[in-house]
Design a protein around this ligand. Structure first.
Ligand SMILES: [Fe+2]
Ligand SMILES: [Fe+2]
Length: 511
């Protein structure tokens, strides 16, 4: 493990070379021929070059857009394995004289769409379909089977589309059906295109054996799609486990408001529950604005403060105006309780078997920010005690242990969390005061260097800021005083005027 981490590049390069060799061998190898004659050297060289170019294109794409795959040899192996398996299936089908239209290229498309990105899934199935067509063409053929390549390629592209951000497991069955339908149409179209002018109508294609031969491959394509749908449906938990991903299907289960953990939060920490729901709405808007994963953001927000269940009454939002328990504690003790909630949350999450992507929200939502309220309180106490020997207050003792947000989604949550906690304390929200809260939060978190590990740009932060303001104005619509109203009240001398710049952090608006 350590050696792998020490130099994954060398191992990755070896894996890539091995991949090219095995792919080429699978394409060229003649089943049933004795080993000495099983490889035609000239054809092997040609195919080797084709696979090499194809591998280079794929490698460049991965290195540019999917760097995480190259992070460890195990990751690269996970990515390459479906390629080799599919080619092996194609080879076996050809060897057993079954139709290569049964090759499950679209399953690779669906798996990659779930595990990686649409771009990588499209690129992979396109190239994979060409290789399968090369295999199907066999050693005697002069060119790959274009009809097969096109049928499998179009079918798989449909699979990628249908599986993107899928939230309902049944949709995978529908994805399979759409793959099948596209494949039947594509295969029929290619059949028609290849028919001689005098081959139709009932003799159909010249090289086919009537209607049966004409329709066989298109129907196999249909069967292939349906089978792939069933396979994807039943192996989804396995796909998630092998590729270490949380698909929308699993996320949707955690998004259910009736989830036992959320019900517990609602009963034992109602303030935190309400806060979490509001943060969810806000974070979702932020994610939509920059095309990040909005469902993941919302679900992450629902559970981000689950650690407060360990001591709910010590958090401001659950005190319901009663005397704060912190009055009896020194600032350091108070801070210790507050600082522990991400760690406590991760613990509860582990016990509940929560997917790692949601746990990231729990661990990263405060980054390494300080608990300012208790730090300031400690500083004031130390200043007062100075003559009595009070020591210096160490700021690091009042900071969350981190890690800082490492994804765009957790960065959005960090902002949404603070923005929600602070706007809740505004006595009279106005457009200006809401904008000020969002801007101040953004500046503070950026100034504190909290987004150093998140792949988020300034342009994206600006779009998130606007989305937050819009969503907050919608949430507080009934309570908001618009500028004209504020001005009228100021002129009339009514009480409650002049709230435009009011607000700020409440006693313990920690989020
Ligand atoms: Fe929070
Ligand atoms: Fe929190």
């Amino acid at each position: 493990m350590e050696r792998e981490e020490a130099n994954p590049r060398t191992t990755n390069a070896l894996l890539a070379v091995l991949f090219v060799l095995v792919c080429s061998a699978l394409v060229v190898y003649r089943v049933g021929v004795p080993w000495a004659g099983a490889f035609d050297p000239v054809r092997l060289l040609g195919v080797l070059l084709v696979v090499l170019v194809l591998g280079l294109v794929l490698g460049l794409y991965v290195a540019r857009f999917e760097k995480a795959i190259l992070g460890s040899p195990a990751g690269l192996l996970r990515f390459l394995a479906p390629w080799l398996l599919t080619l092996a299936v194609a080879k076996a089908l050809v060897a057993w004289e079954a139709s290569p239209y049964w090759t499950p290229v679209s399953l690779v498309g669906i798996v990659y769409a779930l595990a990686y990105s649409s771009g990588l899934a499209f690129a992979s199935v396109g190239l994979l379909s060409l290789l399968v067509a090369l295999i199907a063409a066999g050693p005697g053929a002069t060119s790959p089977d274009l009809g097969l390549a096109l049928t499998l390629g179009l079918g798989s592209a449909t699979g990628v589309f249908s599986a993107l951000r899928v939230r309902d497991r049944n949709k995978l069955l529908w994805a399979g059906l759409s793959v099948g339908l596209v494949q039947v149409v594509a295969a029929l179209a290619m059949r028609l295109a290849a028919v001689d002018p005098d081959g139709l109508p009932w003799g159909l294609g010249t090289e086919t054996d009537g209607l049966r031969g004409f329709l066989a491959d298109p129907l196999y394509g249909l069967g292939n799609g349906i089978a792939v749908g069933f396979l994807a449906y039943h192996t989804l938990p396995l796909i998630e486990a092998v590729f270490g991903v949380t698909t929308g299907v699993s996320l949707a289960l955690w998004a259910d408001h009736n989830h036992p953990l959320l019900r517990r939060l609602m009963l034992e920490a109602p303030g935190t529950y309400h806060h979490s729901m509001m943060v969810g709405t806000l974070a979702e808007a932020g994610a939509e604005a920059i095309r990040a994963d909005a469902l993941l953001c919302r679900v992450g927000a629902y559970y981000h403060d689950i650690g407060k269940l360990a001591k709910p009454e010590y958090f401001y939002e659950n005190t319901m105006g009663q005397v704060s328990l912190h009055d009896r504690l020194n600032p350091h003790m108070s801070a210790m309780i507050i600082l522990a909630h991400p760690k406590d949350g991760a613990e509860i999450a582990r016990e509940e078997g929560m997917p790692a992507r949601i746990v990231d929200f729990i661990r990263e939502h405060h980054g390494t920010t300080p608990v300012e309220y208790f730090f300031d309180k400690a500083v004031k106490q130390a200043e007062a005690d100075e003559q009595g020997g009070g020591g210096r207050v160490l700021e690091s003792a009042y900071r969350y242990p981190g890690p800082q947000p490492r994804s765009r989604e957790t960065a959005i949550l960090m902002l949404a969390d603070t923005v929600e906690a602070v706007t809740r304390t505004l006595s009279e929200p106005t457009v200006n005061s809401i904008e000020k809260v969002v801007d101040d939060t953004l500046v503070r978190k950026m100034g504190d260097g909290q987004f150093g590990s998140a792949p988020i740009t300034l342009g994206e932060l600006a779009r998130i800021r606007d989305a937050f303001v819009r969503r907050l104005l919608a949430i507080y619509h009934a309570r908001i005083k618009y500028p004209r109203q504020v001005e009228e009240e100021r002129v009339e001398g009514r009480p409650g005027a002049g709230g435009a710049n009011g607000g700020g952090e409440g006693a313990v608006a920690e989020g």
